[in-house]
Design a binder for this molecule. Sequence first.
Ligand code: UD1
Length: 379
Amino acid sequence: MNKRKKIISVVGARPNFMKLAPIEREFRKHKSLFKHLIVHTGQHYDHKLSKVFFSDLELPEPDIYLGAGSASHAEQTAKIMAEFEKVVLREKPDLVIVFGDVNSTVACALVCSKIHHNGGTIPLAHVESGLRSLDRTMPEEINRIVTDVLSEYLFVTEKIGVTNLVKEGINRKKIFLTGDTMIDSLKYYKHEIAKSVILNKLSLIPGKYILSTIHRPVNVDSKSNFRKIIDIFSAISGLACKSIDFRIVLPVHPRTLKMAEKFGLLNELRSINGLMLTEPAGYIDFIRLLRDSMAVITDSGGIQEEATFLRIPCLTLRDSFERPETLNMGTNTLCGLDEALVLRKIREIFSGKYKKGRIPELMDGKAASRIVNIIKTSL
Ligand code: UD1
């Protein structure tokens, strides 16, 4: 009888968990073929950024926890590498899967490509491969490029990813257009999301609030950009007073809170009329908040896709983008920190004139099954 293949999936930060969950479910269906281990690097460690996602997404406890925690990019990456190397040397996996573009992703990719086992390095699979913002000041862009160049299996979410990788000289045979496992999770938990009571808890009325998330270093680590965001919220809040009654709900990321305190902007943020600051929401509650919102204002990457799938208007406070389908086909508009543009789009949303968007073909809930089938037939 063939020995089961040992696969290690590595997650570390909030946006990784919903990408892993559907893959974990697929591996569970094929227990006779695969032994699947989950490694959590500990990049995110707060209950609200990590544990609640494991319970919401019914993920088993991680098999191995590396406890990396927060530090500078170099320190965090190095710590994850040192700990993950021990895991790989001990477990000798047949394949390591990494997700997205966070520091945990690149750290573990580097480890795999430097360990020799069975006459080669440890094969690496990258889920959400090929996205490019072409903005190398973003840590995520560096993480994506490095991880992709080291991967044997590049699982791409949308067509442009294939083009990007081919342009960078990656062998076409390693590239697989599989779709988005993040949307698999959203579809799978549709009924749980419908049952969430978060709107009642926050006294919100469906369609009468704007959801917002802001955490990118370019927006919150710079005082002048943070101030521009506060001005955007104030201007939107002014519109609310003039026309219809609505709120802005801002679940606050720890980085955003820390920087607001550091810059002395927290009180100003708190005093904006109709703006509610809340703790970061878990997965089910957050998607419910998104599903029932009139619009979302964000600098997150994943939310642009989730909003497109749910056909919720999405105004992205960034200058670069890596998910063009959400702009060309979906509900997303790139606004940078241009207050006038944001206000114009908000008015369009109020008046029902904002684009409705179409759902891209590959957002069909089957990405993880495609990925595991490819691994099954080729590993
Ligand atoms: C990371 C990812 C980013 C992703 C985001 C989602 C990188 C380079 N960035 O950014 O792509 O969109 O996660 O949240 O990997 N902190 C806590 N508790 C935690 C984790 C962090 O308080 O559980 C605080 C720490 O003070 C830390 C700061 O948040 O210094 C930033 O955390 P870090 O993991 O470095 O990056 P994120 O901004 O969360």
